[in-house]
Design a protein around this ligand. Structure first.
Ligand code: NDP
Length: 239
């Protein structure tokens, strides 16, 4: 059965791969982008592209209205939009910390809160948050990012407890090293150091993360809620 799916930050990277995976399965997919023209990939995949900066509550509201008018209430929400502002702790400005928290945690809070009402009413819904192995392991230079991604675990588990009795699940996917623009910024030395710690010895393709997201939103995952599913080649094992 076709569902109304919303993916934040769906114009590139992991979000685009997630949108692709749901569209391929026949769902009605909306993805968000922040500026400029709607991403060409959205047209190619038959997805609805809506503008939305998750740090802006009005834009979140407008995006939901647009999605609801076109596809009906959101039944599957993938909160994927995220940023990094890497700096060692002693050089990290308040703004570096605040911006990351505002996008990665408050942004997730805004979109999940807006989706929850309709899901509770429908007595069904799937929420998947994109965290990171870094939220569990920590990483030098990423205290802000790690705090934000760890925060999502507590947030998801609270939402899972609040909404579980209404048939709504809330889960977290924690990717490791995925080939996207976010990781292109790493130099060869950083890349090699990171990969040397991954038991599978390679990075992930965005589609491999998308497959895990799709699983958690599927009927097969109906009894999974409050879980953290690592997609990290074994990097975070034991955490
Ligand atoms: P990219 O940098 O390639 O894409 C980030 C996406 O988030 C873009 O679509 C971007 O939009 C969007 N975005 C950023 N800020 C906002 C905002 N304020 N409002 C709306 N959209 C926003 O990153 P990835 O695809 O690699 O990452 C996707 C998610 O996966 C992130 O949450 C990231 O933390 C997480 N992750 C990534 C890993 C990796 O190795 N790549 C590993 C673990 C987790 P725009 O194009 O407008 O900038």
């Amino acid at each position: 059965m076709s569902r109304s799916v919303l993916v934040t930050g769906g114009n590139r990277g992991i979000g685009l791969a997630v949108a692709h995976a749901f569209a391929e399965a026949g769902d009605r997919v909306a993805l968000t982008y922040r500026t400029g023209e709607p991403p060409q990939a959205a047209t190619r995949l038959g997805c609805l592209a809506v503008t939305c900066d998750v740090t802006d509550a009005d834009q979140v509201e407008r995006a939901y209205k647009e999605v609801e008018a076109a596809h009906g209430p959101v039944e599957v929400l993938v909160a994927n939009a995220g940023i990094t502002r890497d700096r060692l702790l002693m050089r990290m400005a308040d703004q570096d910390f605040a911006e990351v928290l505002d996008t990665n945690v408050m942004g997730v809070f805004r979109v999940v809160k807006r989706a929850a009402g309709e899901m509770v009413e429908a007595r069904r819904g799937r929420i998947v948050l994109i965290s990171s192995v870094v939220g569990l392991l920590g990483a030098a230079g990423q205290a802000n990012y790690a705090a934000s991604k760890a925060g999502l675990v507590g947030f998801a588990r609270s939402v899972a407890r609040e909404l579980g009795s209404r048939g709504v699940t809330c889960n977290v996917v924690a990717p490791g090293f995925v080939e996207t623009d976010m990781t292109k910024a790493l130099n060869d030395k950083q890349r090699a150091a990171m990969l040397s710690k991954v038991p599978l010895g390679r990075s992930a393709q965005a589609a491999e993360v998308a497959a895990a997201v799709r699983f958690l939103a599927s009927e097969d995952a109906a009894y999974i809620s409050g879980a953290v599913l690592p997609v990290d080649g074994g990097l975070g094992m034991g955490h």
